[in-house]
Ligand binder design. Structure first.
Ligand code: HEC
Ligand code: HEC
Length: 324
């Protein structure tokens, strides 16, 4: 009898101590991590969207952790403990079948793009293997007051009716939009973050420019990374959602002011080729150096049959100095 009590009592005690040491105490200590500077609690809608994100298993394919590695620089600065203060349990994820989403709110800030992409990823990224979440949308005969239709390309739209986001889709996109990173002050990993921030590519200037006075390979790569999600690799855009750059007046105008200004500061409610686009074009002034912008713009000006005059870094710098 005594032996039994000893064995059961002893193993219970060992189990209890291990549980405290490995689970409860670290969890308690971590929960005291103060939020990082600029880290905000989620709103009700964003928190609802986070639940949808969990329920749909988005984390099976997407991480939310930026490692201090070169290959992660495109996703932002390395993640810090304070980033997750209002996001417990953390949705770090371990598989990157799709890109990391830590900064998707700044990397792809267009709600319209997010809706089209959720409805059918192939509509905006032709080679995507992400599943479609079309059931998160309603198909209605008549657009309800105050609702905005999702401008799907005809090939992906249902044969009849108009597609509107459901409450779930709205919450999920609100959550995705909230995924941003605040810069860290030096001393809190700021130095490390600075080291991992994409440099303003002084190297780009040193690379021997190709015939047109710009780096064609770099321009094409930058276009793919920053612009093709909306304007598409073909430069044809998506009718009703994103304007074509092929044959676009601003792109073919010898005066590059509007072209440069649009890339630096974005655009909204501009009439392009007689069409108004409901969604805004995001600004790129803080992500792209003058040199990058020259390469992208000259890529657009010399592709898809366009024939705009090449621009110079001085012209971009002058437009940047003028401000929005
Ligand atoms: C089976 C794996 C898989 C699942 C599940 C998945 N995705 Fe994706 N996702 C991908 C892949 C692959 C890409 C890259 C191609 C593309 O952009 O469509 C991607 C791209 C994205 C992008 C664009 C990222 C960028 O940097 O441009 C967003 C946003 C996104 N997914 C959100 C979600 C959300 C929200 C869910 C859950 C509702 C989800 N994904 C579920 C595989 C997945
Ligand atoms: C999130 C989607 C999106 C991305 C990414 C995007 N654009 Fe746009 N772009 C738009 C939309 C929407 C418009 C139309 C804006 C309006 O109606 O005012 C536009 C308009 C333009 C125009 C036409 C301006 C005019 O007045 O005719 C140019 C040029 C342009 N974008 C270039 C770029 C370049 C270069 C990039 C990449 C650095 C880029 N865009 C990335 C959505 C996007």
């Amino acid at each position: 009898m005594n032996k039994l009590v000893l064995i059961v009592g002893g193993s219970t005690l060992v189990y209890f101590c291990l549980a405290m040491l490995m689970g409860v105490i670290p969890g308690y200590e971590l929960s005291k991590t103060p939020p990082g500077p600029g880290v905000e609690p989620l709103t009700g809608l964003q928190a609802e969207g986070r639940d949808v994100y969990v329920a749909e298993g988005c984390s099976y394919c997407h991480t939310q952790q930026v490692r201090p590695l070169n290959q992660d620089k495109i996703f932002g600065r390395p993640s810090a403990a304070g980033d997750f203060a209002y996001q417990t349990p953390e949705l770090l994820g371990s598989e990157r079948t799709g890109p990391d989403l830590t900064t998707i709110g700044t990397r792809q800030p267009s709600e319209v793009w997010q809706y089209i992409h959720l409805y059918n990823p192939r509509a905006v990224v032709p080679q995507s293997i992400m599943p479609s979440f079309a059931w998160m949308f309603d198909v209605v005969d008549e657009l309800p007051k105050g609702e905005t239709a999702v401008p799907l390309p005809a090939a992906y739209a249902p044969a009849k009716g108009t597609v509107v986001p459901s409450q779930q889709a709205k919450a999920l996109v609100a959550y995705l939009m909230s995924l941003k990173q605040a810069p860290l002050p030096p001393g809190q990993g700021g130095a490390m973050a600075a080291a991992a921030t994409p440099a303003a590519t002084p190297a780009a200037a040193a690379v021997a420019p190709s015939t047109g006075g710009f780096d064609a390979a770099k321009g094409a790569a930058l276009y793919t990374a920053n612009c093709s999600a909306c304007h598409q690799a073909t430069g044809e855009g998506l009718p009703g959602a994103f304007p074509p750059l092929k044959g676009n007046a601003a792109v073919n105008d010898d005066d590059p002011t509007l072209h440069i200004h649009t890339v630096l500061y974005g655009a909204h409610d501009v009439i392009i080729g007689g069409v108004t686009y409901g969604s805004p074009m995001p600004p790129f002034a803080s992500q792209l150096s003058d040199e990058d912008i020259v390469n992208i713009i000259d890529h657009e000006r010399s592709s898809w049959g366009n024939h705009g005059k090449p621009v110079t870094a001085a012209q971009v710098a002058a437009e940047r100095a003028k401000g929005n």
